[in-house]
Design a protein around this ligand. Sequence first.
Ligand code: NCD
Length: 258
Amino acid sequence: MFYEPSTRTSASFDAAMQRLGGRTVAIPVAHSSTQKGETLQDTVRTLACYGDAIVLRHPDNDSADIAAKYSPVPVINGGNGTREHPTQAFLDLFTIREEHGTLNGLVITFVGDLKYGRTVHSLCKLLEHYNVQVHLVSPTSLALPKDVRQKLVATGQLISEGTELTAEIVAKSDVLYCTRVQKERFPSLDEYDKVKDTFIVNSETMRNAKKTAIVMHPLPRNMEVSEEVDFDGRAAYFRQMRYGLFCRMALLALVLYN
Ligand code: NCD
């Protein structure tokens, strides 16, 4: 069950549930009783009466905590505000392992909007358990939140931070993890326009990349990865989506059938 559908993540969960032989009931925020002033805890309690698990995708940062506190059925966080996107992190981790065989010893470069890119926040958390090195490349105004950055510093994984995706960093990277500059997260269109096309990965960029490197993106993408890269075998983002389906099937099976 969802609470903010019509997104890629919701579609992926929907497909995963159907492949497991289950069903979903989609409840869009816009049409839910939230609009009538219902609290999230009451909505969650209600949804729990209809389904065996809840997948919650909600614009508020504290939504997952509230749902976990009040729901009598398992809650999967499908994205809470700008904070976390843990199922994306699992599928990202799975993608890297499938494509590279292991995470250990890899150099991972995060590019783009690292401030609002919640998939990056969640993946960084998982990376703490691995022997990886991390480069951060973003406009200063879209740098990684302090707490997430601090953890990378504490583990000694953070190798460099910059505002430019240089040929040197590209050449060292085993994973180029690109993120969308998320228009909907900006207070004004002006601020969005200033940074929207800053980091573009194209064929020229890929000329400097390792033969074994992969390009990842949580999708949807805008300008940040040029379409010409789609025809490069190192473009892993569509395979990443496919892996996501399997990871979400595994997660649903885990919470529903155990
Ligand atoms: C991401 C998200 O929702 O945070 N997308 C997704 O999981 N399909 C990234 C984004 O919206 O840019």
